[in-house]
Design a protein around this ligand. Structure first.
Ligand code: AMP
Length: 472
C-alpha cells in the first residue's frame, strides 16, 4: 500500500515523496480518503501517529486546486510549538503547491503576523487567543474558510481554550468541512465534536496505548536519589537523543542545569524563556547541538523530534493519558524507542493505572552498582529556589526595607550541585497547591500534565488565565 492509491494532486504527491513517506500510517489510511471526499472527520489519535499528514495532505490536495489570496484552511492548535510543527509539516508537504501558510500565536510581535496576513495566505495555523485578537482587530478575514482543523482538542480544553474556540467558530462560514483530532475523548470534547462536526466519520488508532515499538521500564528510587540515578542511567545507556520530563518548570530548569554542569549537551524548555530562546532550544535539540532536552508536559507539547531515542520520566505523569503523550515522543511513526520512568513509593497508584491502560505490567529495573541506600537528607536543598536579587522599589526605598525578616529569602539557599546532589526531601510530598503553582504558567501556557484529572485547589482550572494570556 502506498500513497498513490489516494490520487493526490501531483504537486501534493511530490510533497509526500519529498518528505520520504513511503507507506501511509494507519490513521492516514483511514482518514485521507474521507477527508478527500469532503466528509467531516473525528480522529482519535495521539501524537506520533502521523496525524498531521492525515489532515494536511488532503487539505493541501483540496486547496491547491482553486483560488489563492484568501484564507481557505484554518488549523487551530493549543501551543505555539505545535502550531510551528504543523506549519513546518505543511510547508514541507506542500512545497510544490506554492500555497502560503502563516502561523498566528501569542508571545511574538502581532505586526509581523499582520504583515504576512496582508501579503496573502491560504492557510493559517493558529493558537486560539491570538487569533481572536486578529479577529477583533479586523486583521484577518476568515469568511472564506472552507476547511477547519482542530488539532489536539483535548489539550485545547485542558488549557481553557474552548470558549475562545467557540468564538472563533462564529467568525467562520457555516458551510465548511471540519476535522477534529484528539488523543482522548472526555465528555467536553465529545460535546464539542457534536456541536462542530456534521455526520463525522470516526477514525481511531489505538485507544490510548503508546506505540508498540516503545519498550518501557520503571526505575524505583527514592525521591532524593533521582538526579544521581539519572546520571547513572545516562552513563549506562546508549542514548542518542533524550527527552526528560519533570512535573514543574522549576524542576526542568534545575535538572537541565545539573546535566549541563556535568558536561552533557543539555537544555531545558521552560516557561520563562522568550520565544526566540525557546526556538533556539528546540532547534538545538533537533539539529543535535543538544543531546538532552528537559521539559514539562506543556512545554514539550508539539515537539517533533523524530529521532528521539529515549524518553525519561524524571517525574511520573499524573495520568495514563499524560504518560501516553510523553511516550509518544519516542518510537514515533514506527521507529523504536525506550521509555524509562523513575518511580517513588508514592507513585504506586499512578503506576497501576498506567499498567491497566497498557494492559501489561511494566518491567522494574535496578541499576547494578548504584547505591540505593543513601539516606534522604534532612532539608530539601536540591530544588530550593535561589535567593531573589534585591529589587529597587519605584519610590526609591531601599531593597528589603519594610519587609518582615521572615519574608526575606534565607541567605545561602543555594541550588545543590550535580552528581551526588542530595536533597529534595519529597517534592511529591509537598502540598498539591505548591506543585501546581510551580508549574502553572508554563511557557505562558497553563501547565500541569496533559491528562485531565489533575486536582487543582479550589476545583477550577486556575491555569486557564495563564493559558489565555499566552495565546495572545
Ligand atoms: P505526527 O503524528 O503528525 O506528529 O507525525 C509523527 C512523525 O511521523 C513526523 O516526524 C512525521 O514526519 C512522520 N510521518 C508521518 N507520516 C509518515 C509516514 N507515512 N511515513 C513515515 N513517517 C511519517
Amino acid at each position: 500500500m502506498d500513497f498513490k492509491q489516494f490520487n493526490l494532486h501531483p504537486k501534493v504527491q511530490a510533497g509526500v515523496e519529498a518528505m520520504g513517506y513511503v507507506t501511509p500510517t494507519p490513521i492516514q489510511l483511514q482518514a485521507i480518503p474521507s477527508v478527500i471526499s469532503g466528509q467531516d472527520v473525528l480522529g482519535l489519535a495521539q501524537t506520533g501517529t502521523g496525524k498531521t499528514a492525515a489532515f494536511g495532505l488532503p487539505m493541501l490536495h483540496r486547496l491547491v486546486q482553486e483560488e489563492r489570496g484568501h484564507v481557505r484552511g484554518l488549523v487551530l492548535a493549543p501551543t505555539r510549538e505545535l502550531a510551528e510543527q504543523i506549519n513546518d509539516a505543511l510547508n514541507g508537504m506542500g512545497k510544490q503547491t506554492r500555497l502560503r501558510s502563516v502561523t498566528v500565536y501569542g508571545g511574538v510581535n502581532i505586526n509581523t503576523q499582520i504583515k504576512k496576513l496582508k501579503e496573502g495566505a491560504e492557510i493559517v495555523v493558529a493558537c486560539p487567543g491570538r487569533l481572536l485578537d486578529h479577529i477583533s482587530q479586523g486583521t484577518i478575514d476568515l469568511s472564506r474558510v472552507e476547511i477547519l482543523v482542530l488539532d489536539e482538542a483535548d489539550q485545547m480544553f485542558d488549557m481553557g481554550f474552548l470558549p475562545d474556540v467557540r468564538k472563533i467558530l462564529r467568525a467562520l462560514p457555516g458551510k465548511r468541512q471540519n476535522l477534529m483530532f484528539s488523543a482522548t475523548m472526555p465528555d467536553d470534547i465529545r460535546r464539542l465534536a457534536h456541536e462542530i462536526l456534521r455526520n463525522p466519520v470516526t477514525v481511531q488508532v489505538s485507544r490510548t496505548a503508546p506505540a508498540a515499538t516503545v519498550s518501557h521500564a520503571l526505575y524505583p528510587v527514592g525521591q532524593h536519589l533521582k538526579t544521581p540515578l539519572l546520571f547513572e542511567m545516562l552513563k549506562h545507556t546508549d542514548t542518542e537523543s533524550v527527552l526528560i520530563f519533570t512535573k514543574t518548570k522549576h524542576r526542568a530548569k534545575r535538572v537541565g542545569e545539573q546535566l549541563e554542569k556535568a558536561g552533557y549537551k543539555a537544555t531545558s524548555l521552560q516557561g520563562n524563556l522568550s520565544q526566540n530562546r525557546r526556538q533556539a532550544a528546540l532547534d538545538g535539540f533537533r539539529d543535535g547541538t543538544f543531546q538532552i532536552m528537559v521539559a514539562t508536559d506543556i512545554a514539550a507539547r508539539g515537539i517533533d523530534v523524530s529521532l528521539i531515542s529515549h524518553v525519561i520520566n524524571y517525574d511520573i505523569p499524573d495520568t495514563p493519558e499524560a504518560y501516553t503523550h510523553r511516550i509518544g515522543r519516542t518510537g514515533r511513526a514506527a521507529k523504536t524507542g525506550d521509555a524509562f520512568t523513575m518511580v517513588t513509593s508514592e507513585d504506586d497508584y499512578t503506576v497501576r493505572s498506567i499498567e491497566k491502560v497498557l494492559g501489561t505490567k511494566i518491567e522494574r529495573r535496578r541499576i547494578e552498582g548504584f547505591d540505593y541506600a543513601v539516606p534522604a537528607p534532612q532539608k530539601d536543598t536540591e530544588f530550593a529556589r535561589p535567593p531573589r536579587e534585591p529589587q529597587r522599589r519605584r519610590d526609591g526605598a531601599k531593597p528589603g526595607a519594610g519587609r518582615p525578616a521572615a519574608a526575606r529569602p534565607a541567605a545561602g539557599a543555594k541550588p545543590a550541585s550535580a552528581v551526588g546532589a542530595k536533597g529534595n526531601a519529597a517534592a511529591s510530598g509537598r502540598p498539591a497547591a505548591h506543585g501546581s503553582k510551580d508549574g502553572s504558567a508554563d511557557g505562558g501556557h497553563a501547565s500541569g500534565p496533559a491528562g485531565k484529572h489533575r486536582q487543582h485547589p479550589g476545583g477550577n482550572r486556575p491555569a486557564n488565565h495563564a493559558a489565555r494570556r499566552s495565546g495572545r
